[in-house]
Structures are given as structure tokens and as C-alpha cells.
Design a protein around this ligand. Structure first.
Ligand code: FAD
Length: 421
């Protein structure tokens, strides 16, 4: 089988079946154990459901009644779909018998095995799963803080920020300049800034053809780079990418002047989308599971923290080696973690997993590209399985790109109905 065929069959199964970790569903735990899951995103909601199916008592702590998904939110920016298409509730999880703690978790006491919620209530646990996603770092880019994000939105957590950036794009005059600043690795969704640039460029091309788009990048390389750049050359002549070596790294922002400052000069924007550096959600350092990088080192077989026993960390918050921070990864990690937790609660050993990730990106509504990978534990990290996965072919007819766009759509429908439906 060739690498392309491997990739193709991976993509097909990913689109049809949704995210899947390569392991069987665990047998019931037959235990009165209590598991608390913090965070009801792709990672936490998946894990809570898998644990519940395994027979343990599960409390999911999540302050928001509605989850707003980031995947496909770049389509909202481009006016291709409403924000409501990104929103999901927790009724199906409640119907599963999962208790929802509709609060922020504010404290974790690993020795007492206790979580405190914002209203002061406490939850005791036998095992804790942390899935808090990311926090945006408002302390590292001079001039950029939470207030600045109201003028120069990040839109890297979907919701009000997505709506704000969309309305700025809508009100910008034809002939205006949009500037996107992309952070250094690691960050949530490595291809995300480039999909965003593509779909905003699509919007500008169709609605404001004299407008320009500049990506200021703190990197010289990015995910699916050649595929994106070839497509930009063909479709979006008004899109310019400035790499780290060419002076793309933003070192400061001036909100009043709507200007992004780099080592090489200044870029005045009509619309500025600043995607700042990130770290694991605040509850992770509070629980003592984040290291100095701001992310959480884990055992790649069980997702148990390397810093606090009996606390597991999944999704964007964890350091997953070669696995990118994606919803697909979060869902796959959640399944592996739940299976491991159930085995550990029964006093059994966890089984070494294989995990899959596929990231779809839309360059235009009918132009999809993908990257897929398979990962397994090696030397304490999740490591790429060589020869598995790959990216879309560089030379492909429009019909192929259109097919990949339909795979992307099928994947989003499948994963959201699996996690929240
Ligand atoms: P989240 O989805 O952020 O969920 C974390 C949850 O934890 C939140 O609901 C939050 O309210 C809750 N929480 C945080 N702290 C606490 C606390 N103290 N107490 C209680 N609850 C708490 N991925 C893909 O696979 N494919 C894509 O096409 C894709 N596109 C993307 C496009 C964009 C523009 C962006 C920004 C991201 C994209 N992603 C994509 C990445 C994907 O959104 C994330 O990787 C995914 O959401 C991670 O899931 P998570 O559960 O770890 O975190």
C-alpha cells in the first residue's frame, strides 16, 4: 500500500466514522468510583461520556450551558455560516446520567482529591480528568491584553470574539487592510491561522476585491504550507505572508493606532486579528499539573500527569508530543484516557494506544486540504508512526479538492454529533 493510499483510507474512515483512537471500547468498570472531569469541550465531553459508559459515576464541571466550537468558526468569519451552527448543549450528556456542575472549577487539592467550584461547593474524586483547553497569554505581547482584544480580536476562542471580528470585516471599506498575526509553536490548531487567512481572503475577493490581507508570522514554517501557498498563488493574489525571517514576528501592538509592530517595521491595519501565544487553561497550573512551558506533561499511555498522580490531562492543555492541538486529537485522547482510567480503577494495567489525528482546512468553500497522522507512545511521548498519514497531494484536480471539502464538512457533523448529540 502506498503512503497516499494509507492517507486516503485514513481520511475516509475519519470523515465517515469521526475521530477514532485505535482501541476497543472498554468493559464496564463495575465500580462505585467517582470521576470528575473539568472542561466540557471536545476532550472533556468525550471523556465524560466514555467514562459513564464504563459504569463509573461522572461529574462534568463546565460553566457554560452552550459550547461554541472553534472548528469551522473561520467559516463564520467569512460569512459562510452562522455562529449558531457552532453551538451545542449538554442535554445528551445529562441524559446519559452525567452530573453537570455548571460552575468554574477554581481549586484542585491533589492530596485531598477534591475540587472546589466557584460557588464554594466541593467534589471529591477517585480520579480527576482536566480538559480546560487553552488560555490566551495577555502577559507576553506588549500592548496586547484583554481590553486590546476588544479592538484587535483574537477570535481564538469561538463566541463573542468571532462575532466581533466578523463585524469588523463587514464594516471595513473595500480597499482596507486586514492583518493577522500568527504565534510561534505550540498553539491551538496549527493550520488554523492559515485556514482563517484563506477564508477571509475568499470573503474579501468576493465582497471587497480591492482589500489586502497580510499574515505576520512568528514562524518560518507552518502546517500544510506548500498546499496553502500554492492555493493562495492561484486564488488570492492580495494575500501576503511575511515569515519570521522576513520580519513577520509581532513584538508589540499599538491599539490606538491599530498598528502591529515587528522588528522590521510597522503595519497599520483596518482590521487586526492578533492570535497571541497560549498556555493550558488556568485550572491546570492551579492543580500543579502545568510545567514552566505553561503546558501539561503527561504519560502517553494513560494521559496521567507526570506531576500529580491520579490527575489526567487531555486535549489542548496537555503536551502530546507529535500530536497537534486539535479537536480531533482531543476526542481521540479522551477515548484513550477514559479507557485507561477505567482499567486503573479496576486495578488493571492500561493498554498502550495508537491514536489518529486528521486536520481538515478549507482554502475556499469548495477547496479542502488535509493532514493526517498516527501516533503511539515512545520514549515517554506520543510519537509519529512513520509511513502512516501524510498530506493531500500537491497536484490534484479541483474535483479532488472539492471532495476533501465535503470530507471536512462530514467530519464536523460526525464529531459534534458524537460528542454532544
Ligand atoms: P476546549 O474545546 O477549549 O474546551 C475546554 C472547555 O473547558 C471549555 O468549554 C471551557 O469553558 C472549559 N473550562 C476551562 N477552564 C475551566 C474551569 N476552570 N472549570 C470548568 N470548565 C473549564 N480542530 C480540529 O480538529 N479541526 C479543525 O478544523 C479545527 N479548526 C479550528 C479553527 C480555529 C479558528 C480554532 C481556534 C481552533 C480549531 N481547532 C480545530 C482546534 C480545536 O478547537 C481545539 O483543539 C479543541 O477545541 C480542543 O478541545 P479541548 O476540549 O481541549 O478544549
Amino acid at each position: 500500500m502506498t503512503a497516499t493510499l494509507d492517507r486516503r483510507s485514513l481520511l475516509k474512515s475519519a470523515a465517515l466514522l469521526g475521530a477514532s483512537a485505535a482501541f476497543a471500547r472498554p468493559a464496564a468498570a463495575q465500580t462505585s468510583a467517582r470521576v470528575v472531569v473539568i472542561g466540557g469541550g471536545f476532550a472533556g465531553a468525550t471523556c465524560a461520556r466514555e467514562l459513564k459508559r464504563g459504569g463509573v459515576s461522572v461529574t462534568l464541571v463546565e460553566p457554560n450551558a452552550t459550547y461554541t466550537a472553534c472548528p469551522f468558526s473561520n467559516g463564520v468569519l467569512a460569512g459562510l455560516r452562522p455562529l449558531s451552527a457552532q453551538q451545542f448543549g449538554y442535554d445528551a450528556l445529562k441524559a446519559d446520567g452525567i452530573t453537570i456542575g455548571a460552575q468554574n472549577a477554581t481549586r484542585v487539592e491533589p492530596h485531598a482529591k477534591r475540587v472546589t467550584l466557584a460557588d464554594g461547593a466541593t467534589l471529591d474524586y477517585d480520579r480527576l480528568v482536566l480538559a480546560p483547553g487553552i488560555d490566551l497569554r495577555f502577559d507576553v505581547l506588549p500592548g496586547y491584553n484583554e481590553e486590546a482584544a476588544q479592538v484587535m480580536p483574537h477570535a481564538w476562542k469561538a463566541g463573542a470574539q468571532t462575532t466581533l471580528l466578523r463585524s469588523q470585516l463587514e464594516t471595513m471599506e473595500d480597499g482596507g487592510t486586514v492583518v493577522i498575526s500568527a504565534p510561534a509553536n505550540p498553539f491551538r490548531c496549527p493550520p488554523g491561522p492559515y485556514e482563517r487567512a484563506s477564508l477571509i481572503a475568499y470573503y474579501l475577493k468576493t465582497q471587497k476585491p480591492r482589500a489586502k490581507l497580510i499574515i505576520l508570522d512568528a514562524k518560518d514554517n507552518f502546517s500544510k504550507q506548500t498546499l496553502f501557498q500554492n492555493a493562495w498563488k492561484a486564488l488570492y493574489p492580495n494575500l501576503e505572508w511575511i515569515s519570521l525571517s522576513s520580519g513577520g514576528k509581532v513584538t508589540e501592538v499599538d491599539v490606538k493606532e491599530k498598528t502591529l509592530v515587528t522588528e522590521f517595521g510597522k503595519h497599520k491595519a483596518d482590521v487586526a486579528n492578533v492570535i497571541p501565544p497560549q498556555r493550558a487553561g488556568l485550572i491546570a497550573p492551579l492543580a500543579g499539573v502545568a510545567d514552566r512551558s505553561g503546558w501539561c506533561p503527561i504519560d502517553p499511555v494513560t494521559f496521567e500527569s507526570k506531576q500529580q498522580p491520579e490527575i489526567h490531562v487531555i486535549g489542548d492543555a496537555c503536551i502530546a508530543g507529535g500530536m497537534p492541538k486539535s479537536a480531533f486529537s482531543a476526542n481521540a485522547q479522551a477515548k484513550v484516557c477514559a479507557a485507561a482510567v477505567l482499567r486503573l480503577l479496576r486495578g488493571e494495567q492500561a493498554i498502550s494506544p495508537k491514536l489518529i489525528n486528521t486536520c481538515y482546512s478549507l482554502v475556499a468553500p469548495d477547496y479542502g486540504i488535509t493532514i493526517a497522522g498516527v501516533y503511539r507512545p515512545a520514549n515517554g511521548l506520543l510519537t509519529d508512526v512513520e509511513g502512516a498519514g501524510g498530506v493531500s497531494p500537491l497536484d490534484a484536480p479541483a474535483s479532488f479538492r472539492a471532495l476533501e471539502a465535503t470530507y471536512a464538512d462530514a467530519w464536523f457533523k460526525t464529531i459534534t454529533s458524537e460528542v454532544f448529540g
